[in-house]
Design a binder for this molecule. Structure first.
Ligand SMILES: Cc1cc2nc3c(=O)[nH]c(=O)nc-3n(C[C@H](O)[C@H](O)[C@H](O)COP(=O)(O)O)c2cc1C
Length: 196
């Protein structure tokens, strides 16, 4: 059993975050979830459900899902002495990306990411925006240079997805891989024939 922090922000693609949590809970891992204010609103809007029912559905897989208030800087994940095995912000807005790259730590999500960076722990950001401005690109480059994994929600189509679930899984599978968790959510490329 490992312990992960999952952050959900107000970028489009909350479905990726929910899918990731399902996979982590199925594997009996502990999750510390932090949603930004707009993260909660976009999640309810895109999934057409309120946070409470999403949490109830997730808890069917495993009860080890702890939700923290974004403003509670007294939460355990605000401290480096509280050990975690990794953190993923999925989806990650350009606003939160900028906050993490500046080290401003204005709320619990920014602080938890800052802790991961200072403690040299695995931090994965799944940004979603298009087009990307020079500010966004510069922030991503900087974070990548200091060891943060930038794993954009940019699904590939060479595995011939047949549903939204296939597309979502292709990104979530990569995130799990980034956390060192073996999975079969996405098809690994073993070479292909141009005529296939
Ligand atoms: C429906 C909706 C979709 C959005 N999609 C994105 C997006 O894909 N990427 C992004 O950076 N911001 C997006 N935004 C804007 C962010 O929610 C906004 O910048 C917010 O301040 C982000 O704050 P947060 O990082 O604290 O959640 C979206 C907003 C709404 C209402």
């Amino acid at each position: 059993m490992a312990r992960y922090i999952v952050g959900i922000t107000g970028a489009s693609g909350s479905i990726y975050g929910v899918r990731l949590m399902e996979e982590l809970l199925k594997r009996n891992h502990e999750i510390h979830l932090v949603l930004t204010n707009n993260g909660e609103k976009v999640l309810s809007y895109e999934l057409r459900k309120d946070l409470k029912s999403i949490i109830e559905e997730l808890k069917i897989f495993n009860e080890k899902l702890l939700i923290h208030d974004i403003n509670n800087l007294f939460a355990p994940i605000a401290s480096g002495s509280f050990k975690v095995d990794g953190m993923v912000i999925i989806p990650c807005s350009m606003s939160t990306l900028a906050e993490v790259s500046s080290g401003a730590s204005k709320n619990l999500l920014g602080r938890a990411a800052d802790v991961c960076i200072k403690e040299k722990r695995n931090l994965i950001l799944v940004p979603r925006e298009t087009p990307l401005s020079p500010i966004h690109l510069r922030n991503m480059l900087y974070l990548s240079e200091i060891g943060v994994k930038i794993l954009p929600a940019m699904p590939g189509f060479y595995h011939h997805p047949e549903s939204i679930d296939d597309i979502v899984n292709s990104i979530v599978g990569r995130v799990l891989e980034g956390l060192g968790i073996e999975n079969t959510l996405y098809s690994k490329w073993c070479g292909g024939n141009f005529n296939d």
